[in-house]
Structure formats: C-alpha cells, structure tokens
Ligand binder design. Structure first.
Ligand SMILES: *[C@@H]1O[C@H](CO)[C@@H](O)[C@H](O)[C@H]1NC(C)=O
Ligand SMILES: *[C@@H]1O[C@H](CO)[C@@H](O)[C@H](O)[C@H]1NC(C)=O
Length: 310
C-alpha cells in the first residue's frame, strides 16, 4: 500500500495540474519536472493535486489519521464529495492516506517553541493547494500541545500569522466544555495575541458515553456551536463573524451502533449549518471508529460519513 502511494505520488507530480489525472496517465514524467518530483517525493505526498478545499463539497468532512489509523481505509472515500481532505496533527503529510485527499497541516512545536519542518514545508503545501491550517492542538491539555496562553501566542505569531491572507487560519483548538480550560483558554489567548487574525474558530467536542447518551451529546454540540461559542466570539473583536470548524469530535465509549446513530443525525445538521465551515470526526480510520473492531469493514459511522451504501 505504501509503495503504491509512493509511485502514485511521482506519477501525479505534474506542475500546474489541479485536477485528478485520469488513471490512464503515465506514472512517470522526466525532464523539467524532476525538481518538482524531487520535492514531492521528499515530503512525500500527493499535495500537488488536491481535488478541492475543505468544506467545498455538499459534506464538509475530513479524515483524521495518525500512526494508529488504518490509512488504507481512506480508499473508500476517494472521489466522495462528502469527504475531501485529510489531517494528521502534523505538517508532514506522510504517504499513507490516499493521495486524492487535500491536506490541512497543524503546527506542533518542541520545548524551544520551534518546528524544523514548518517553514520550508508550508510553502510547498500551499503551492500544492492547501487551503487551511490548524494552530496548536489543545494547548490547554497537558497530554496534547500543553502550552501556556503566552507560549501559544508566540507560536501563533511565529508560524501561523505570516500566512494570514494566504490560507485560512484557525484559532488554537480547544474543547468546548468538558475537562480542560477550553473556551476560557481561548479567551485568554485571543486577548494576549495582539495583532493576530483568524479565519475560523477551531473547536473540539469530546464527551464520554458514561456521562451522556447520543441525544444529549448531539444537543451539547449544537449548543456549543449555536450558543457558547458565539457568546465568546461576541466579546472579542478578532473573533466576531468567524465561522466555526469542529476540528475533532466523538462520543468516546459509544458502541459502533450508537456512533452510527450519532452520525446519521448530526452530519446533516452540520452540513446545513452555514456557520460550520468544515469538520472531522475523531474516530475516522481508527478501529472501533470508522473501521470495525476486527479491521474487516466500515462501521455504521464510517458508512454514514461518506454516505456509502450499507
Ligand atoms: C520559522 O520562521 C519564523 C518566522 O520567520 C522564525 O521565527 C523561526 O525561527 C523559523 N524557524 C526555523 C526552525 O527556521
Ligand atoms: C437520553 O437521555 C435523556 C435524558 O435521560 C432521555 O430523555 C433520552 O430519551 C435519552 N435518549 C436516548 C436516545 O436514549
């Protein structure tokens, strides 16, 4: 699988081509394109040929993936108008997810608040069609980005703000409600980040099944999008009027059937809500999420996500 994607990446690297090449195109092109090929191979990625930006289809869905994911299952969503992009909490796409998907990078930093890949990789991603970028992932959470608001501001100003006006930039992602500081952290960050600008508010929404059922989870997410976040936005000028991205959401501990019910009800609401720009379920490509526990097929949630036949 990895080797196949590697070959496809080389084959798709024709400068200026923005649509998906037909399968009959030759896999290799030599000569003047070799420099571009080298860059694409170095990533490695299919970033030069994203089909469409996040949120462009009738669904506004992305696939979250990481090293635990069954990335080959992304093949089920290729050319699916509901699912258009992938994201992995990194700036290096990797060659695992199908090259058909466009890509949204995320800034991560080391203890010195640096990232040795970001500055030279982001321009390549943008040239290849990346349309949006995620700021620090749950900086208020010790097990995630774990940054003070002041550190988070340093990171935003250094790595994100220079791209304002070029691609769509999200606020640092916080959980809307739940255990961490969440929206309070977001308010502290926005007040400290003088001169910073954003294109969307990035929210996460995780609740455990032991605390709420499917109906209550959905209502909680609707309240977050419709009430809590707009109330925070109204208090901070840089956030006024921005759409919302649900960067991660999942009812943790839900059964496969419950997660399917959740998707059936929630996804049409998210798609029809003009204030929701795009979103990605956390369970995507993880066993027990979109792929069943045995790793042999899509779950009801996985099917609902791509409106695939059951
Ligand atoms: C990346 O660019 C930013 C902004 O110019 C700079 O502050 C930072 O030190 C650079 N990082 C590296 C690793 O080059
Ligand atoms: C969820 O819990 C609420 C409150 O107890 C209840 O009214 C509702 O019927 C439950 N929904 C489901 C799908 O079980």
């Amino acid at each position: 699988m990895h080797f196949l994607n590697f070959v496809l990446t080389l084959g798709l690297a024709f400068p200026g081509v923005q649509s998906i090449p037909a399968p009959s195109k030759p896999l290799y092109e030599v000569g003047s394109t070799s420099k571009t090929l080298h860059v694409a191979r170095a990533l490695p990625s299919g970033d030069l040929y994203p089909p469409q930006p996040p949120g462009a289809g009738p669904g506004k869905r992305g696939l979250l993936y990481n090293s635990d994911s069954n990335v080959e299952w992304s093949d089920y969503y290729v050319e699916n108008s509901y699912v258009t992009y992938g994201t992995n909490g990194d700036v290096i796409r990797g060659d695992e997810i199908n090259t058909w998907f466009s890509y949204v990078p995320t800034i991560t930093v080391d203890a010195k608040l640096e990232n040795g890949d970001w500055n030279h990789t982001v321009p390549i991603l943008i040239e290849g069609g990346t349309k949006a970028m995620f700021a620090s992932n749950e900086p208020d959470n010790p097990s995630q980005a774990n940054l003070t608001p002041s550190q988070c501001v340093t990171v935003y100003k250094k790595f994100m703000q220079p791209y304002y006006g070029t691609v769509q930039l999200g606020t640092p992602a916080v959980n809307c409600g739940g255990g961490q500081a969440g929206l309070t952290y977001l308010e502290d960050f926005v007040q400290l980040c003088t001169g910073c600008a954003y294109n969307f508010v990035n929210l996460h929404y995780f609740v455990d099944r032991s605390q709420v059922n499917v109906t209550q989870y959905i209502q909680g997410l609707k309240d977050c999008v419709g009430l809590s976040v707009p109330a925070v936005q109204a208090k901070h000028e840089p956030l006024v009027g921005l759409p919302i991205v649900i960067g991660e959401f999942w009812l943790t501990g839900a059964s496969e059937d419950e997660a399917g019910d959740l998707m059936d009800e929630l996804l049409p609401w998210l798609d029809s809500n003009a204030n929701v720009l795009f979103y990605q379920a956390f369970g995507g490509l993880l066993e027990g999420g979109f792929v069943n526990a045995a790793g042999t097929g899509l779950t009801p949630a996985g099917k609902a996500y791509g409106k695939l036949a059951t």
